[in-house]
Design a protein around this ligand. Sequence first.
Ligand code: DC
Length: 228
Amino acid sequence: MSNKPVTVVAIDGPAASGKSTVARATAQALGWVYVDSGALYRGVTWKALRENVDTRKPADVAALLPQFAWEFFDDHRAIRFTIAGEDPGQQLRSELVREAVSDIATVPEVRAFIVGELRKMTEFGPLVMEGRDIGSVVFPDTPFKFYLDANPVERARRRAAELAQAEGRGDLDQVLSSLTRRDQKDSGRKTAPLQIPLGARVIDSTQLQVADVVALILGELRRAGVAP
Ligand code: DC
């Protein structure tokens, strides 16, 4: 048996930078497992809301963590999970969860718990994992780190279009101010703030198509000899 570490592609960046679409497409092109780390932060938020925990009280949120068992599974090469046997599904994307999640993501105990779970996911095989701290905290030793960015108005435009499709409404100004608020919270927090990981390749996707960004990433993996 070889001790070769499992390859992890870390894709970080702010909200609506296109990292989910890019990470998913990259994983699909490689047949590797896709991990949306934000879904775990949303999972804690969802459970906290259901248990009527005040999501602005870090100690109450931290106390919730040991009470419920999480199970992770590979669903067509994307990681999904249940919490206490329940699949949160699309509720992870609800407005209530969306508005509360950045408070939850500041709680150090929550971050430590999630980082531990994310590291264990190499058991599923080579990974493409997206988030805010994957290259900086979760897998700082991976040689494959990317930081996706795009200008805020373009990001808001993309997110508004997604919302319009999913929920039938997406007001650009409102989305822009909510994005800006979340960017500030994600970058300003003390624990694992959003930052460009050391050694990450920064890709500005403002003027790029998803396929172009995926091609850049695949090109780097091919040059390193880890992708066909
Ligand atoms: O990517 P997303 O919108 O699903 O992320 C939800 C929240 O979780 C957002 O406030 C940022 C936070 N997050 C984080 O702090 N670290 C990660 N690795 C992923 C998400």
